[in-house]
Design a protein around this ligand. Structure first.
Ligand SMILES: CC(C)(COP(=O)(O)OP(=O)(O)OC[C@H]1O[C@@H](n2cnc3c(N)ncnc32)[C@H](O)[C@@H]1OP(=O)(O)O)[C@@H](O)C(=O)NCCC(=O)NCCS
Length: 176
């Protein structure tokens, strides 16, 4: 899928990003990863918030830095987003993991989630993560398949806040 590129959030794709968020809102579905829920009315400050999230050591030591990327098709359409936590804390080790991703509703079932996870595993490796924890709700078949197709190995299952979840580890080494 050579026409799909991961990029860091930028004003260059402001219009296309907002168009994606508006589509998601119409679908009335909780947006994942969480950074998609950031207020974008002042676009520059949203981009700055994402840079801060990546670079500024959190005031609260329970919080962790994370990097956000958008998946761009043909350098013209934003089709999804992904967030990589730079380290795990207690909460993320239980649920949340290193990586959260989402594909906009109109672009699903085209292999884009498999691609966004594949590409972001290389970013995770650059961040020094050799084994990435990726979690999903057990009934999220699309996400579980996406993880398995990227070499995920089931570690454990649990019930967290009444929801059955699965935890997978994916090696970021030897990925091309
Ligand atoms: C889960 C999600 C990321 C999948 O994205 P996608 O781009 O549709 O996934 P892909 O097209 O790459 O499909 C990956 C595999 O899952 C399957 N799949 C995708 N959605 C599915 C669904 N709703 N039911 C069953 N299988 C599904 C695909 O068929 C494919 O398997 P195959 O190659 O054996 O056919 C997307 O539905 C989404 O953004 N959901 C909301 C946010 C979310 O749940 N994020 C994951 C958090 S862990």
């Amino acid at each position: 899928m050579s026409n799909l590129t991961l990029i860091e959030p930028t004003k260059q794709f402001q219009e296309q990003y907002i168009e994606m968020i508006e589509e998601w809102k119409v679908a009335e579905e909780k947006m994942v990863p969480f950074v998609l829920r950031y207020d974008y009315e002042n676009f520059d400050s949203m981009v700055n918030e994402l840079i801060k999230l990546r670079d500024t050591p959190p005031y609260d030591e329970q919080k962790v830095n994370s990097s956000t990327f958008w998946l761009i098709q043909d350098m013209s359409r934003v089709v999804g987003a992904v967030n990589v936590r730079h380290r795990l804390n207690k909460y993320l080790a239980e649920i949340g993991g290193h990586i959260g991703y989402g594909i906009r509703p109109s672009e699903r079932r085209k292999g884009y989630a498999v691609e966004i996870l594949k590409q972001v595993l290389l970013k995770a490796r650059e961040l020094g993560i050799s084994e990435a924890l990726v979690t999903c709700d057990k009934d999220n078949i699309g996400s579980a398949k996406t993880i398995l197709k990227n070499g995920g190995v089931l570690d454990s299952e649990a019930i967290v806040n009444g929801i059955e979840i699965q935890r997978y580890w994916i090696s970021t080494v030897n990925k091309v």
